[in-house]
Design a protein around this ligand. Structure first.
Ligand SMILES: Cc1cc2nc3c(=O)[nH]c(=O)nc-3n(C[C@H](O)[C@H](O)[C@H](O)COP(=O)(O)OP(=O)(O)OC[C@H]3O[C@@H](n4cnc5c(N)ncnc54)[C@H](O)[C@@H]3O)c2cc1C
Length: 578
């Protein structure tokens, strides 16, 4: 059942306590409670997703930022972005960031996951090892407009019976045909491919979205459905913050600390009284790549010296907690267009009201989409000058360095006028940042430092993404449609390395793909936070299952990766207890 307050949860002995009901945590809670003998408690700091319109209407995703459904984090000043402080949205709601994200469904390359297997020495993390979970996880369903998707997706690489609904965009854009023709005519790295999610994403293809029947398929709406919530052995408490995990038995000479107790604030404020609950088997941290290291550090699991400096008693010296933070740098370039019917027309309240009425009555129309129907995943050429000084951060030759996603509007920047352009992202990231504590109060946000564009590779790659987008939209297929490039860019700026990089440093943000802050590594390895089975190193009774454990970020939007970590993580836990 779902409880609004932890105090309402009937006192049962929980076998598993899952902290955080986000993309990964919802999967864990579902899969572990499939066994009626397992008593599972899921604790989520945010509210329930049920009845929140903005989480259901795909087009409304940006409207969830800076609301109570967002943790409303900010980064530390970004040294390589002219010291700008960036907003850092994270879902504060059941389903976590999967309830507020931009719904793009991308897996990355097979090589991305094969690299996970290589660094952990555990074949189960390879693409082939994960493939059965991909099939079990998804249902590829019809797009909202029911159009024929032949030639737009490869059904053989997708699942058809899983909880997560994915589909092709259900609202055609006036640029679709030009995008397709331009990819074909330019060829080379832009060449069309059937499905970016088949393991070899390089090229241009139709985007898949985490949408079914015109609605968002968050991990809450897909894995925590009414019937799952009705399981007698699954207890979900929302509006409940975990502050720490606490040793249930102290370390001795031959036995490490056991961390099976969670400390919980009885209300969402720092002075609220705390209660403790104990898991018979395990506590599973799924609080996301900010929340999980935050909890670990407050629990005394982290770098001994920095914990001491904050007067937090260090219990387990794991200096990698909070390190290795990886995100994708993101920018956008748009052109004015000779049209008044781009996605920007939805900024007109009357047109928006009509679109909402359509969505309400039939779950069709523009609001079923995110306004992006295609993406291109490109590599920098082998002869690129960057290789003289920088090594290749990608997982291999089938793995892209940059992403362009073609938007028939000014996208999330939403200035007035009519536009078409592209998101620009560094898909294989070289920069690394960190999460560290500011204070010993678990209610204070940590220092979040994605350290964007700290690597010359990332800076070079986002510049090349900008130029590739210009190349794409300069093709004659766009004659008569594309007009001038919009501010802050001009053609002169795009052509000039120094000027373009200066503008990028003023406009780049992150792609909300924070990961890697409790990374997995081989058993016995010096660095890393969790073992390949996701148990926390040097303790018992505690695992991490969320985007924190990702050792190298895939060249993709990473909800897929977070879900697959949840699916395999659940299986690893089941193996230990069945
Ligand atoms: C704005 C935005 C846009 C994005 N766009 C895309 C996209 O288009 N495609 C894509 O694939 N990915 C996208 N992502 C990324 C994707 O959503 C995340 O990578 C993924 O959700 C991470 O999963 P997670 O389980 O690690 O963390 P989350 O999904 O963030 O879940 C963590 C959960 O833990 C809870 N929690 C944290 N701390 C505590 C605590 N102390 N006590 C109790 N509960 C706690 C949180 O409230 C949250 O529910 C986007 C993310 C955002 C924020």
């Amino acid at each position: 059942a779902l409880y609004q307050n932890i105090k309402d949860v009937p006192r049962v002995n929980f076998d598993f306590i899952v902290v955080g009901g986000g993309a990964s945590g919802s999967v864990i809670a579902n899969r572990l409670s499939e066994n009626p003998l397992h008593q599972v408690l899921l604790i989520e700091s945010g509210a329930s997703h049920q009845g929140v319109l903005e989480t259901t209407v795909p087009y409304f995703h940006p409207f969830l930022h800076n609301t109570k459904y967002d943790w409303n984090f900010t980064t530390v000043p970004q040294t390589h972005l002219n010291n700008r402080v960036l907003d850092y949205a994270r879902g504060h709601i059941l389903g976590g960031s999967s309830s507020i994200n931009a719904l793009m469904y991308t897996r990355g390359s097979a090589e991305d996951y094969d690299r996970w297997a290589e660094v952990t020495g555990e074949d189960g993390w390879s693409w082939d090892g994960l493939f059965p979970y991909m099939q079990n996880m998804e249902s590829l369903v019809a797009p909202a407009d029911n159009h024929d998707t032949e030639g737009q997706v490869d059904p053989s690489v997708h699942g058809h019976n899983g909880p997560l609904k994915i589909s092709l965009p259900g609202w055609p854009l006036e640029i679709d045909d030009r995008v397709e023709r331009t990819a074909q005519d330019l060829g080379g790295d832009f060449s069309p491919i059937l499905d970016m999610n088949g393991g070899k994403p390089r090229g241009t293809s139709w985007l898949q979205c985490i949408v079914g029947g015109g609605e968002r398929s968050s991990s809450a709406s897909s894995y925590l459905t009414t019937s799952v919530l009705a399981r007698r052995n699954l207890h979900v408490a929302v509006n409940t913050r975990v502050t720490r995990v606490i040793p249930s038995s102290p370390a001795t000479q031959n036995r490490p600390h056991a961390f099976r107790i969670v400390e919980i604030a009885t209300a969402l404020n720092p002075t609220a009284s705390r209660i403790e609950l104990t898991a018979r088997n395990e506590v599973i941290l799924s609080a996301g790549a900010i929340g999980t290291p935050h909890i670990l550090l407050h629990s005394g699991i982290g770098n001994r010296a920095t914990l001491n400096a904050l007067d937090i008693k260090p219990l387990v010296h794991l200096p990698s907690v909070g390190q290795n933070l990886t995100d994708h740098a993101l920018a956008m370039v748009v052109w004015h267009v000779n049209s008044t019917t781009t996605g920007d027309r939805l900024n007109n309240p009357k047109i928006m009201a009509e679109a909402l009425a359509e969505w309400n009555s039939t779950r069709t129309g523009p609001l079923t989409s995110i306004g992006i129907n295609h993406a291109a995943w490109l590599r920098l050429p082998d002869h690129s000058p960057i290789w003289e000084t920088e090594s290749d951060p990608s997982a291999g030759k089938d793995t892209p360095h940059i992403e362009l996603a073609f938007d028939n509007s000014a996208g999330i920047t939403r200035f007035s006028g009519f536009f078409t352009g592209s998101l620009l992202a560094v898909a294989s990231t070289a920069s690394r940042g960190s999460i560290t504590l500011r204070t010993s109060n678990p209610f204070d946000q940590p220092n979040i430092d994605p350290n964007l564009l700290s690597s010359p590779f990332d800076t070079y790659a986002i510049l090349q993404a900008l130029r590739k987008a210009r190349e794409f939209f300069s093709h004659r297929n766009w004659n008569g449609y594309i007009l001038d490039v919009a501010a802050p860019f001009t053609n002169e700026i795009i052509d000039d390395d120094e000027k373009a990089v200066a503008v990028l440093r003023d406009s780049v943000s992150h792609q909300w793909h924070i990961s890697g802050t409790a990374t997995m590594s081989r058993k016995g390895e010096q660095y890393g936070v969790v073992n390949p089975d996701l148990t926390v190193k040097d303790v018992v009774g505690l695992r991490v299952v969320d985007a924190s454990i990702i050792p190298f970020i895939p060249a993709a939007h990473i909800q897929f990766a977070s879900l697959i970590v949840g699916e395999r993580g659940a299986d690893l836990i089941k193996e230990s207890y069945n």
